[in-house]
Design a protein around this ligand. Structure first.
Ligand SMILES: [Zn+2]
Length: 249
């Protein structure tokens, strides 16, 4: 009698960290590379494959010790997640801040003026608390939702998303797509999108949107992109990848 042909599932082992791998957050049976943030298949846990990935894909990091990967793992676990802005606050005195974050996001989503928080939303919640629930509206009065608070919160959320994207791009090859578009008053914009592979799937994100001061020639596009590159402190390595993949008209 033959045994049923059962596919073997490999388990992540702690010693894989010395090659820069931790278990993937979404599927612990898959190793996740801390250097390029890619999730590998369960198959790749076969002896030697993770080590080979480190040596071939990250030759400059292949002689690093376990301590380095331990600190990289800590850094990765402590990274600011967009979700942590909403969920990490459990203490009662921070609930008002959590609400403020979510309301700020709501204001941004609907493209409303930031003053609406203080002028309309807070008084409306107060009325509801006092008349329907017959509760004190003290928490609402102390909830920060001024014009500045809302725009700061929106900026923080935007920066968090941007810095996560930039960190990803530093470790990957990616392609750029540039589109030039004209809006009201003949203002010309340069829209730049990046395409890269994340968790074995293609991802597309907008990298930046900037307006042109004068003309929109290929040279203007090149100069504009170069300036953004310097401002976002991209690594030189990334810059060279980009030079290879951009095809200017
Ligand atoms: Zn890797």
């Amino acid at each position: 009698m033959s045994k049923p042909n059962k596919k073997k599932t490999r388990q992540y082992a702690v010693e894989f960290l010395k090659f820069g791998f931790i278990p993937d957050e979404h599927d612990e049976r898959k190793p996740f590379c801390l250097l390029c943030n890619q999730t590998m298949s369960n198959e790749s846990m076969k002896a030697g494959r993770l080590e080979a990935h480190l040596k071939v894909r990250h030759p400059n990091n292949s002689n690093l010790d376990l301590e380095y990967f331990k600190s990289l793992k800590e850094k990765f676990k402590n990274r600011t997640k967009l979700t942590s802005l909403f969920h990490a606050k459990q203490a009662p005195h921070t609930r008002a801040l959590e609400a403020s974050d979510e309301i700020s996001l709501l204001i941004a989503k609907h493209g409303k003026n930031h003053t609406i928080g203080e002028q309309l939303i807070k008084p409306a919640i107060s009325i509801f608390l006092k008349t329907v629930l017959q509760k004190d509206d003290g928490d609402i009065r102390t909830m920060p939702l001024s014009n500045n608070t809302v725009s700061n919160r929106i900026d923080e959320m935007g920066q968090d998303v941007e810095s996560q994207l930039i960190e990803k791009l530093k470790l990957r090859k990616f392609s750029l797509q540039m589109d030039e578009s004209t809006i009201r008053d003949s203002e010309a914009l340069l829209l730049t999108y990046v395409r890269y592979i994340d968790h074995e799937e293609f991802q597309e994100e907008m990298l930046f949107c900037e307006s042109f001061e004068t003309t929109t020639t290929a040279n203007d596009i090149y100069i504009k992109t170069n300036i953004i590159w310097m401002q976002t402190k991209y690594q030189r390595k990334t810059y060279w990848h980009v030079r290879q993949t951009v095809h200017l008209p």
